[in-house]
Design a binder for this molecule. Structure first.
Ligand code: IPT
Length: 980
């Protein structure tokens, strides 16, 4: 057999080879009108490039083979490479997929230039057509195009063979924190153009309406043929008249000087500028005409008129200092791994829009091109990031000249593809790859080709946020503590806008202190926001019986964040993958099925377009947007009293300009006692991302006898429960309360099922060392004084003795339990101090007065308004992928837990407390690795916490702030228990 020259070249171990035979990247989108080659292809998986199994099977394109049960499964590592070879080497065992199909080349393509486009192939693509080697490409997240004109014949079938080599020198610079997959992950298509065609179009559209369009025609060999010309048409009705060009002919463009480029320019009067809040787009059609006027080629663009600029320490869009309410997003899907449909991408962005996000960082590679079309359309600012992450060998690669071409290739091709998207406001050179000459080379290319946008790279800026000489116009650290950001902004040293490229790591039950970040960002010039890490939990839907990915057959086998019975969300190690980094890939604000986690509601409120304030009896509405009025919003007032009464009234929103505030009349007469006023804000009309009536935010103020509190710091006093005599308190020989509604008595609890933050941050290990997960109670004394019982107990921990006292007193209709716990000095950081008990079965509904309805914790409670809430107990629980502390509600003052026949129990808390009601004990949660392993208990496990530790973000980044820690010393709390 003849040796295949593409295999003989061994391009998978040659970083200098970034491509061969590949056409230059372009902004001209050829997807419309192309022949789709998506569908079922013949497929062979062989153990190494050049091997042959002789056994053909089938595969879906686009689709990674790792998701189609073809013998090679996904593997998850964060930054460690999955194998030991040093760059640029890759392992000899190198799964290689051969995709093959036949395609009928349309007969009417005779005389045309025929191009194959492979949307994305991971990690090296070798192309053969009709047995002829056609080309090579690397970069798993950008399309590769090949000119087939000389190897196919219109009217005849052609055999397209795409060989994809999984591991390569390129894997070392695609070492992102995500699943390793392999195969063709985006669409494959074939299209034809005139031999003389629009090779590239560069659109510059300014906020003031100036438009410049540079068209590159290839291959005109320095001059367009006699009489050929280019025209452009902008917008439907309005602009063409006012624009200088509708039809700009060759003379206008000084075709005599033609060097392959034609320039069109126009000034659009009364242009509606593009911003993420006002994503105004104009249709631009560029046409290349033959001398007889017929059209040789057409290119469509959606143009947004806007300016981006870094001025001093501010990032400006259309001259305004904007806030970046961003998120990091991967191309991810639980059924297909990396292949994401347009509908799915739209659903991602719609959800983000509904939760107040206005920016996306395409972590850590250029996303599917459709994502940018949608971002233009729906309104997002995008940091477009090049596909470079050399994490494990960052230092070696950043200056390695063998990788120089790859760096420049990846960055420049991204810019060439995406430069006309108004949504893209910043280019990123990649992620976590140290900083070296290869970065500067790529930065130089970008600055020359596109001077209209700033550039960022965390690795360049991280050693000195203010250094103006490095390849980053933004100080874009990751996971910097709030105090460090504040200190920098106040230091007088700051030279660039500070926008964290990653912060508030959303792993498990997390995102503590998000509101504190934003309090700093909004009040300190120089701080402009950041991108939360990250959007998705990367759990892959897996069949439990055979451990295989469910693949496309799993459609619909999940809901409300949970996989259907017989399935689970797989994370690292679940496919037998080794090495792996476990559950670290489950660190998103949404579950793998896109169900929002409670932290999304926290963000929604922090990012609300409208905020309420109440100062000295005056109610103020703030328009917190940069460009929009409030006229797209409707609202309704809701006043909630502690006694359970609620009043509503329609609200008329004032015409407050962006960034301004206005006083509005109080909608209700001043309430007696404490009450909470909420504005339920919804969309007034259909928005592209939300039907009319969609809830946008729930700003709230506390109206409390002239006192005011934003959000949730106060709560009304409890009804008093006077002691009554004549009733008795029943306790057993150990001094444990016996009560008809309780299946297990109230005891002290100092522990929670560790969150991912607790585990990675080291707190969980400390708690285990102290023995807090298995406290042993020793009764010291039991006293009766009349009807009152006092029980004193102690618990030996690795950090000293904890003393606990319960004073139980009969009160009207129930029992009052006053408790205190004394924590020794060394026990200075526990998960909680409170009571835990279990109820009898059948109590399925929780009604409470406090913050809700969403899960909230002391350092994540800005998004949960105070009110009367009601939920089924099962719906209180948040199914974090690795079970952990979940389902808490902050600021709870009282609740009932009832059965359908309204029997049950009621608890009144003397002070607002952290409460959780679940079907699981903390140890049940801590013992399970996946949600499907949990077995609900028949009764409810109820925690009443006098103090509960904040969540923080210590799985990657800062722990919670000191004010949210549970201190040593004496804690006191008191509650009453009644039977309904
Ligand atoms: C940072 C990475 O950029 C991101 O890909 C992800 O791994 C994240 O952390 C954690 O989930 S890098 C980290 C070493 C700070």
């Amino acid at each position: 057999m003849r040796r295949d020259p593409l295999i003989a070249l061994r391009p998978w171990e040659a970083p200098e080879v970034t491509s061969w035979g590949r056409l230059p990247m372009s902004s001209v989108d050829r997807r419309d009108g192309a022949l789709s080659l998506d569908g079922t292809w013949h497929f062979q998986l062989v153990p190494a490039p050049g091997a042959s199994s002789g056994e053909w099977t089938r595969i879906e394109v686009p689709g990674a083979w790792t998701m189609q049960d073809l013998g090679d499964l996904p593997q998850y590592t964060n930054f460690q490479m999955p194998w030991a070879e040093f760059p640029p080497a890759s392992p000899a065992a190198n799964p290689t997929g051969v995709y093959e199909r036949s395609v009928d080349i349309p007969a009417d393509w005779a005389g045309r230039r025929i191009v194959l486009q492979v949307g994305a192939a991971e990690s090296v693509l070798l192309v053969h057509v009709n047995g002829t080697p056609v080309g090579i490409s690397k970069d798993s997240h950008l399309a590769a195009e090949f000119d087939l004109s000389d190897v196919v014949r219109p009217g005849d079938p052609a055999t397209v063979r795409l060989t994809v080599v999984k591991w390569s020198d390129a894997s070392h610079i695609e070492d992102q924190d995500q699943w390793w997959h392999a195969g063709i992950t985006r669409s494959v298509l074939l299209y034809a153009t005139d031999p003389l065609h629009l090779a590239d179009v560069t659109v510059r559209a300014r906020q003031d309406g100036r438009l410049r369009v540079d068209c590159q025609v290839r291959d005109a060999a320095g001059a367009l043929p006699e009489g050929w010309y280019v025209t452009g048409a902008l917008g439907g009705q309005l602009l063409v008249q006012d624009a200088e060009f509708d039809r700009v002919n060759a003379e206008d463009m000084r075709v005599s000087d033609f060097l392959g480029e034609a320039r069109l320019s126009a000034a659009v009067r009364e242009v509606r500028p593009w911003t993420a809040e006002t994503p105004e787009l104009y249709d631009l059609t560029v046409r290349l005409h033959r001398a007889d006027g017929s059209v040789a080629d057409t290119s469509h663009h959606r143009v947004g008129f806007r300016d981006v600029e870094v001025r001093g320490t501010n990032l400006l869009v259309n001259g305004e200092r904007i806030f970046i309410r961003g998120i990091n997003r991967h191309d991810f899907h639980p059924l297909t791994g990396r292949t994401v449909s347009a509908d799915d991408m739209r659903a991602d962005l719609v959800l983000l829009k509904r939760f107040g996000f206005n920016a996306i960082r395409t972590a850590h590679y250029p996303n599917d091109p459709t994502l940018l079309d949608l971002a233009d359309d729906l309104g997002f600012y995008v940091v477009d990031e090049a596909n470079i992450e050399s994490h494990d060998h960052a230092h070696e690669i950043a200056d390695d000249p063998r990788y120089l071409g790859a760096f420049v290739d990846r960055v420049s091709r991204m810019v060439l593809r995406d430069k006309n998207h108004p949504s893209v406001i910043i280019w990123s050179l990649g992620n976590e790859s140290d900083y070296g000459a290869n970065h500067d080379a790529a930065a130089g290319w970008v600055r020359r080709h596109d001077p209209t946008r700033p550039l960022q790279y965390e690795g360049a800026a991280k050693l000195d946020w203010a250094d103006l000489s490095v390849a980053s116009d933004i100080a874009c650290p990751m996971y910097a503590p709030i105090e460090d950001c504040v200190a920098h902004a106040l230091s007088a040293e700051q030279t660039k806008p500070l926008i964290q490229c990653e912060y508030s790591h959303a792993m498990g039950n997390s995102n503590g202190t998000l509101a504190d970040h934003w309090a700093a960002i909004e009040s300190i010039p120089g701080l402009q926001g950041g991108f939360i890490w990250e959007f998705w939990d990367h759990g892959i839907l897996q069949r439990v019986n055979d451990g295989r990915p469910a693949g496309r057959a799993g459609a619909g086998l999940y809901g409300k964040g949970v996989a259907a019975p017989g399935h689970r969300w797989a994370y690292g190690g679940d496919f037998g993958d080794s090495p792996n980094d476990g559950v670290f890939c489950a660190d998103g604000l949404v579950f793998p099925d896109r169900t929002p986690k409670p932290a999304m509601y926290e963000h929604r409120e922090i990012a609300a377009p409208l905020r309420l304030r109440y100062r000295q009896g005056v109610l103020l509405v703030d328009n917190r947007q940069h460009f929009r009025s409030l006229d797209w919003l409707s609202a309704e007032w809701c006043l909630v009293h502690a006694d359970g009464s609620t009043r509503t009234a329609p609200a008329a929103l004032p015409d407050v300009p962006p960034g301004c505030s206005e006083a509005i009349p109080m909608p209700f007469p001043a309430p007696e006692g404490e009450a909470w006023l909420t504005l339920r804000v919804t969309t007034a009309d259909d928005e592209p991302w939300a039907p009319r009536g969609t809830e946008v935010c729930l700003p709230q103020v506390c109206l409390s006898m002239g006192r005011s509190t934003e959000l949730s710091t106060g709560i009304a006093p409890a009804p008093s429960h006077e002691p009554v005599s004549g009733t008795s308190v029943e306790v057993d020989g150990d001094g444990l309360l016996v009560h008809p509604m309780l299946a297990s008595p109230p005891v002290l609890s100092l522990w929670r099922a560790p969150t991912d933050n607790d585990e990675v941050g080291g707190m969980a290990a400390r708690w285990r060392d102290w023995g807090l997960d298995a406290l042993v109670r020793k009764v010291l004394g039991l006293d009766r004084e009349g009807a009152q019982v006092t029980v004193r107990a102690e618990y030996a921990t690795g950090a000293g003795i904890v003393r606990h006292e319960q004073v139980i007193t009969p009160v009207a209709g129930g029992l009052r339990i006053e408790e205190s716990a004394q924590l020794p000095e060394a026990l200075d950081d526990v998960a909680r101090v409170g009571t835990v008990f279990e109820t009898v079965g059948g109590l399925d509904v929780l009604d409470w007065y406090g913050q809700g309805p969403w899960e909230s914790y002391p350092d994540r409670s800005a998004g949960a308004p105070v009110g009367h809430h009601s939920l089924d107990v099962d719906d209180l629980f948040t199914p974090y992928l690795r079970p952990q502390e979940s389902g808490g509600r902050h600021g709870v003052r009282r609740f009932t837990l009832s059965a359908p026949d309204a029997t049950g129990l009621a608890v009144d808390l003397a002070a607002p407390s952290q409460v959780s009601v679940t079907r699981y004990r903390a140890e049940d949660l801590a013992a399970a690795a996946h949600h499907d392993e949990l077995v609900p208990r028949p009764g409810c496990v109820v925690h009443l916490d006098a103090a509960h530790r904040g969540l923080g973000t210590a799985s990657c980044g800062p722990d919670t702030s000191p004010q949210y820690l549970v201190a040593a010393g004496t804690h006191r709390w008191s509650w009453t228990l009644r039977v309904l």
